[in-house]
Design a protein around this ligand. Structure first.
Ligand code: C2O
Ligand code: CU
Length: 444
């Protein structure tokens, strides 16, 4: 088989503590015909990592690398990852952000497994049936764990290439670029400052951007028209060509940007900072990349982008409806009152579970009454955006796993309860989650 092994090392025990009930919801079965089992070993450890600027970071890493090893698969492969922990005293897990694995593979400590303590290991296994751009990160001590470096990317490509802008048999450049901030410095991929990739004119480029931070980033592509082919790993319907617009990439979110490399320079600019991002320049040019001022470019409204298409369920015929009001409140946290990030006036673990039944169409309304943005994230299911501040999308159906609810906004979303288990529903500003802004969606 076409398997990949990274890491390795001493013997690890799989721990001796008792299993939790949803921990039995594991996936089984092999790859689909023609597929492979892709095996990895990731070892969590502290490490001092030197960035390309020379700056050194005391990091928590998978395999001593920032970001952790890229995990890739072809649709229908089985991904099998053994997670080991050398010396992260808080314990670690692997959560497959946006990937709708069986609940027992979801990597949530004290819910789907125990955190992997130093000297222990846990084996994750799932079939890669969802194509697109995703990421993985620890869910134990998620802040500080993710902030210190326990993250990496997961990309699943279609078994048959079928993408617009990528057919025609010409050159292709498929770049996966996690964006992460270490103590104020933005690191794209594994470089701080500006990275360069050479793409000859005519090359079909796909930039897979992954925001692994707790705050949004602004993304702008200068020097070319492009399309947003996918959001959070899911293809948009008939996304049109756009240019000179900014994109807001929520915490945890992903955009796939596609374009054909023109004869002139192209640059990805992050947060309107000309010194940060990625230059893509034709190898015959060799001149300075065009890094114009992008700060006054309008922001693309994804709810009005692309073309409508049929939905797999009717969000207006929901079986269950819930409302989540996000605010700071004096909330009960672990049985004690404290001023914390709250949902409906309570903090985790005092927030009642949202109960659903398999097959339900579930709709929920998220109201942000606070002065901070809350990137709202559901595990195990993509949510369909139904409305934002009462306005319905007029473009492509928009499926997200993390949507940015800004101060004062009201979002309605819906999902199909088709993945039994108990699932986290939380703010992906990870300090907010740690301060209590998380709850469970639980199947009856
Ligand atoms: Cu990316 Cu519960 O998280
Ligand atoms: Cu929040």
């Amino acid at each position: 088989t076409d398997s990949v092994v990274t890491g390795g090392g001493p013997a690890y025990s799989s721990g001796s503590r008792t299993a939790l009930s949803v921990a039995d919801l594991r996936s089984s079965g092999g790859p689909s015909p023609g597929g492979a089992v892709r095996r990895h070993v990731l070892t969590a450890k502290t490490a001092t990592v030197r960035l390309d600027s020379g700056r050194e970071i005391d990091a928590w890493t998978y395999d001593g690398r920032l970001p952790g090893p890229a995990i890739t698969a072809t649709e229908g492969d089985v991904v099998e990852v053994t997670l080991r922990n050398d010396d992260i005293g808080d314990g670690v897990t692997l959560h497959w952000h946006g990937y709708d694995v069986a609940c027992g593979e979801d990597g949530v400590p004290d819910l789907t497994q125990h955190a992997v303590a130093p000297g222990e290991e846990f084996v994750y296994r799932f079939r890669a049936d969802q194509v697109g751009t995703y990421w993985y990160h620890t869910h134990e001590a998620s802040d500080p764990g993710v902030r210190k470096g326990l993250y990496g990317t997961l990309v699943v490509t279609p078994r048959e290439a079928q993408r617009a802008d990528q057919d025609g048999g010409g050159e292709q450049l498929d770049l996966t670029l996690p964006v992460h901030t270490f103590a104020g410095a933005v690191v794209v991929g594994n470089r701080d400052g500006r990275a360069e990739h050479v793409a000859a004119p005519g090359t079909a480029v796909r930039l897979r951007l992954v925001n692994t931070d707790s705050d949004p980033h602004r993304v702008a592509l200068t020097g070319t028209a492009f399309r947003v082919a996918a959001v959070d790993g899911r293809d948009l319907n008939r996304p049109g060509r756009i240019r000179d617009v900014g994109l807001r990439l929520p915490a945890g979110g992903r955009y796939d940007l596609v374009f054909v490399m023109p004869d002139t320079a192209v640059a990805l600019v992050l947060d309107n900072d000309r010194g940060t991002g990625v230059s893509l320049h034709p190898d015959d040019a060799g001149r300075e990349p065009r890094t114009e001022d992008t700060s006054d470019w309008p922001e693309l409204d994804l709810l009005r982008y692309g073309a409508p298409s049929r939905l797999p369920f009717d969000p207006d015929a929901a079986d269950r409806e819930f409302t989540l009001v996000l605010d700071r409140a004096v909330a009960m946290v672990d049985g004690r009152p404290s001023y914390a990030q709250a949902v409906n006036g309570r903090g985790h673990p005092s927030i009642p579970d949202l109960l659903v039944a398999e097959g339900d169409v579930v709709r929920f309304t998220v109201v942000n009454r606070s002065l901070e943005t809350h990137p709202w994230h559901l595990h195990g299911h993509p949510v369909l955006i139904v409305s934002r501040d009462g306005a319905r999308p007029s473009g492509s159906p928009l499926w997200m796993d993390t949507f940015d609810v800004r101060p004062g906004e009201v979002w309605e979303v819906a999902f199909k309860a088709d993945n039994p288990g108990i699932w986290m529903n939380h703010c992906h500003n990870l300090p907010h989650a740690e301060q209590g802004m998380m709850l469970h969606v639980s199947y009856d």
